[in-house]
Design a binder for this molecule. Structure first.
Ligand SMILES: Nc1nc2c(c(=O)[nH]1)N[C@H]1C(S)=C(S)[C@@H](COP(=O)(O)OP(=O)(O)OC[C@H]3O[C@@H](n4cnc5c(=O)[nH]c(N)nc54)[C@H](O)[C@@H]3O)O[C@H]1N2
Ligand SMILES: Nc1nc2c(c(=O)[nH]1)N[C@H]1C(S)=C(S)[C@@H](COP(=O)(O)OP(=O)(O)OC[C@H]3O[C@@H](n4cnc5c(=O)[nH]c(N)nc54)[C@H](O)[C@@H]3O)O[C@H]1N2
Ligand code: SF4
Ligand SMILES: [Mo]
Length: 762
């Protein structure tokens, strides 16, 4: 991407909120380090925080009374927590649940180490010295390159895990988020548009197609659903939800299209056909800024709505109507997929075909389209400022022979989640260091559990006991968000053309023996003799140096919660082209490109075409033995693998589906009344979900909101999870190494199954 139209408006920051002023005026909790005393004994104060549960860092106002956090609410005008300037800030139920999390009796609040095969509580001194010894022995025996890094999203926002394990310890391998969350969707968008992922400019949109993307409940920040509601109210925007499930997005949508699962690419091609036939595409954009349009035009020439109707189960007239509505509203229109398509083994092509629609109507980085969000400013490098040269000890380390691991071959991807057990079996990986992740829920579960048992060293920073922490050799108790400082800067938010920063201090004292993330890595570094790379007393001090670049101090920013610091104009590609090899938006790639090469090697291509599930590489198909397609999804009340630890969050999920009165605390299987009726299944029955490989048991929820032939549950439950009783089922027990999307190595989470009542007939 070329240089952007941006200006950093120094010290002309928007004011945070009244609460910031109250907090600052009362001087309450004005600590700049993470540890230290809480000063508000006997009084009530309001301080700023940042939620990071869905990685969106909504600004919080935390009410603290006698040192205890008693209430949370959003910060008005916050770029993530509100719909924009002067708008109310709110938090979702997962954000609110952070109070319960912080004071949860099941939290891990002490370090633990493994002794004589058993985990036992230990002091920090003991645990640090044990971990340092183990790390040294590991490096001597195996080499640091055999330690695998795995880091959850919330922690991806600070650099210390990588500073310690990658740069200093020298562990080059990590598991790629593209192989657990968004590979097919982001990888195709990368070679097409040169940008990581579509992220709509919600509030300005006039036509929103949520395509296997449930934005009204699985948002990244409050600004997303609020932006959709603003678009509906102010722009009379049409919202279309393409989803086999009746989600909250479907509830708010003008149209719910319960598509035949995994046929999205066919629907998208037919929409392209209509848009070209009706001459509704953006000719000027296509002409000047795209590559491969002729190939695309040819590819969709025979992909009529009638053709797609057969495959997708969507009425041909409806396909025409959506295509025309979308293209007419463009460029203020956006079609964007996420996990619904990213979890498909044929997801690479399906996502590509959806993305192509955005190029076709020229909505890229235009108001109401798909924004190429960027910060428009940089923060300083604190090490550089201190004159500290950070080594890159991972660089010269041998890496596995990638011929055995096709997705890694071109060096463009990190290790594929599903292939980690194989790498352990082959001796390419022998240890694992984790912060805020629970891989056994994400795919290839049984082999992952075996791999964790087989590894020589497992170190985790965690908050709850689950399959990983229970198997670890060292467990460090991580502080919650209320107990540690925070800084984040970014672009995507309700401020469509602005970059922002947000920060907060710890609101309460550390619980038990927990430590902020910065301290965990700093102390471990000191133990290993690398203290010089962690010279700051606290994370807040480190961030204070980063903020120098925009002429702010950490305290100043934390007082006001957020600041708007730059302007980033639309159509950034006009200045220097798209960030692709040819500088253009690509419908197809015949230019030389690493993705094109990799796709070719995997027997795929970047040609616009319909790739059905095929029982070979692109997803198993249902048959008489396994006639239903099973997958797992998210819900508003729970976050990935951690809200499952919280009683009230699980209860809220169960109440939503009216199953709270059954003596069952886990996830439910949504099954259509037709499929349930054929099998004598009623809500509340325990059912077995059986695939060709394995089976799980969970409670049935008979529900018209699940398309016939399709069954789904919520991920993150079962005995491997952070749920205190391990209730429910881990859906990925059905998932094996081979269940991957073949171009990106992403875990593919669709499985043909049969469902039966446990205990026979009713
Ligand atoms: N509440 C909540 N919010 C979150 C998270 C969370 O855990 N909880 N996590 C965050 C993270 S990490 C992510 S990646 C995002 C995920 O955000 P989303 O991708 O929006 O997640 P889901 O709500 O599961 O939506 C995916 C939808 O795809 C549908 N689907 C399944 N198969 C198909 C198919 O074949 N075709 C189509 N068209 N649709 C299909 C599912 O029914 C589901 O409703 O959410 C983020 N926000
Ligand atoms: N089956 C299935 N698997 C999936 C998905 C799916 O839909 N279905 N979604 C995928 C997606 S989109 C993503 S992004 C990934 C995310 O998956 P992961 O990277 O595994 O991250 P989380 O599930 O967020 O992390 C859960 C772990 O974080 C720990 N934890 C909770 N709070 C804290 C804390 O305060 N500090 C620390 N240090 N640890 C804490 C919990 O105890 C638990 O061990 O999962 C992927 N895996
Ligand atoms: S949307 Fe909810 S979970 Fe996500 S950061 Fe905001 S309050 Fe937290
Ligand atoms: Mo994700």
């Amino acid at each position: 991407m070329g240089s952007q139209d941006l200006t950093v408006s120094r010290r002309t920051f928007l004011k945070g909120s009244a609460a910031g002023a109250i907090g600052a005026a009362a001087g309450c909790l004005g600590r700049s380090a993470e540890s230290g005393d809480v000063t508000s004994q006997g009084e009530r104060s309001v301080v700023h925080g940042n939620c990071w549960i869905c990685r969106a860092e909504c600004g919080q106002e935390i009410t603290v009374e006698d040192g205890r956090a008693i209430d949370l609410t959003g910060v008005d005008g916050h770029p993530k927590a509100s719909a924009g300037p002067d708008r109310e800030g709110t938090l979702c139920s997962k954000g609110m649940a952070q109070l319960e999390k912080t004071y949860n009796p099941n939290r891990i609040t002490q370090p633990h180490i493994r002794e004589d095969g058993e985990l036992r509580a230990a002091s920090w001194e003991e645990a640090l010295s044990y971990a340092a010894d183990e790390l040294e022995t590991f490096a001597e025996e195996h080499g640091s390159e055999k330690l695998l890094r795995y880091q959850g999203y919330p922690l991806a926002k600070h650099p210390w895990h990588d500073l310690f394990f990658k740069n200093l310890y020298g562990a080059p391998l990590k598991v790629g988020r593209k192989t657990t969350c968004h590979g097919p969707f982001s990888t195709s968008w990368e070679w097409m548009s040169g940008y990581g992922r579509e992220w709509p400019d919600w509030q300005n949109s006039e036509y929103i197609i949520a395509w296997g993307r449930n934005v009204m409940e699985c948002f990244r920040g409050q600004w997303e659903p609020k932006g959709v509601m603003d678009a509906k109210e102010n722009n009379d925007a049409t919202v279309v939800a393409i989803d086999p499930r009746y989600t909250k997005t479907a509830q708010k949508a003008d149209k719910w299209i319960p598509i035949e699962p995994r046929t999205d690419g066919a629907l998208a091609l037919a929409m392209g056909h209509v848009i070209i036939e009706e001459e509704l595409y953006d000719e000027a954009f296509v002409e000047e800024w795209t590559h491969g349009f002729e190939a695309y035009r040819e590819a969709v020439a025979d992909k009529t709505p009638e053709w797609a109707a057969e495959i997708t189960g969507v009425d041909a007239g409806e396909i025409r109507e959506i295509a025309i509505g979308f293209a007419t509203a463009a460029p203020s229109a956006v079609a964007f997929p996420w996990t619904g398509l990213a979890y498909q083994a044929n997801g690479f092509k399906n996502c590509q075909n959806v993305h192509a629609l955005n190029g076709l109507v020229g909505n890229i980085d235009r108001p109401g389209g798909t924004r190429q969000w960027s910060k428009g400013f940089s923060l300083a490098d604190p090490h550089e400022k201190q004159g500290i040269d950070v080594p890159a000890n991972y660089e010269d380390k041998p890496t596995p022979d990638y011929d055995d691991y096709p997705f890694q071959k071109h060096g463009i991807r990190d290790v594929s989640h599903n292939l980690v057990p194989k790498a352990v079996e082959r001796g390419d990986i022998k240890g694992f260091v984790n912060n805020w992740s629970s891989p056994p829920k994400s795919g290839n579960t049984d082999e992952w559990l075996q791999a964790l048992d087989d590894m020589d060293l497992v170190i985790t920073v965690d908050a709850f006991w689950d399959a990983v922490s229970k198997r670890a050799d060292v467990v460090f108790p991580g502080a919650s968000q209320l107990e540690q400082p925070f800084l984040k800067g970014g672009g995507d938010s309700s401020y469509s053309t602005s970059g922002w920063v947000t920060a907060s201090r710890p609101a309460i004292d550390l619980i038990g023996d927990c430590k902020p993330d910065y301290q965990v890595y700093k102390l471990l570094a000191e133990e290993m003799g690398w203290g010089e790379y962690f010279p700051w007393e606290s994370g807040a001090e480190y961030w204070d140096e980063q903020l120098d670049a925009i002429d702010m101090s950490f305290d100043e920013l934390a007082d006001q919660s957020y600041a708007i610091v730059s302007e980033v104009g639309y159509e950034q590609w006009k200045d220097g082209g798209f960030d692709t090899e040819n500088g253009l938006f690509n419908f197809d790639l015949d230019v030389k490109d690493e993705y094109a090469e990799l796709a070719a090697e995997m027997g795929a291509s970047t040609a616009p075409e319909w790739q059905p599930p095929d029982d070979k590489h692109y997803g198993e198909t249902t048959d008489d033995d396994y006639p239903l397609l099973f997958t797992d999804v998210f819900v508003e009340q729970l976050s990935r693998g951690h809200c499952q630890a919280l009683e009230r969050s699980v209860a809220a999920y169960q109440e939503r589906y009216d199953v709270e009165d059954w003596d069952y605390d886990g996830n439910v299987l949504h099954i259509n009344p037709v499929d349930a009726g054929e099998r004598g299944i009623r809500t509340g029955d325990m059912v077995r979900v059986e695939s060709a490989d394995d089976s799980i048991e969970l409670m049935a929820h008979v529900y018209e909101g699940a398309r016939p032939g399709w069954v789904a549950t919520v991920n993150g439950f079962g005995e491997t999870s952070s749920h205190p009783d391990g209730a429910g089922a881990n859906s990925m027990k059905l998932n094996k190494e081979r269940h991957v999307e073949p171009v990106t190595g992403m875990t593919a989470r669709n499985h043909p199954v049969e469902v039966s009542r446990v205990g026979g007939e009713n």
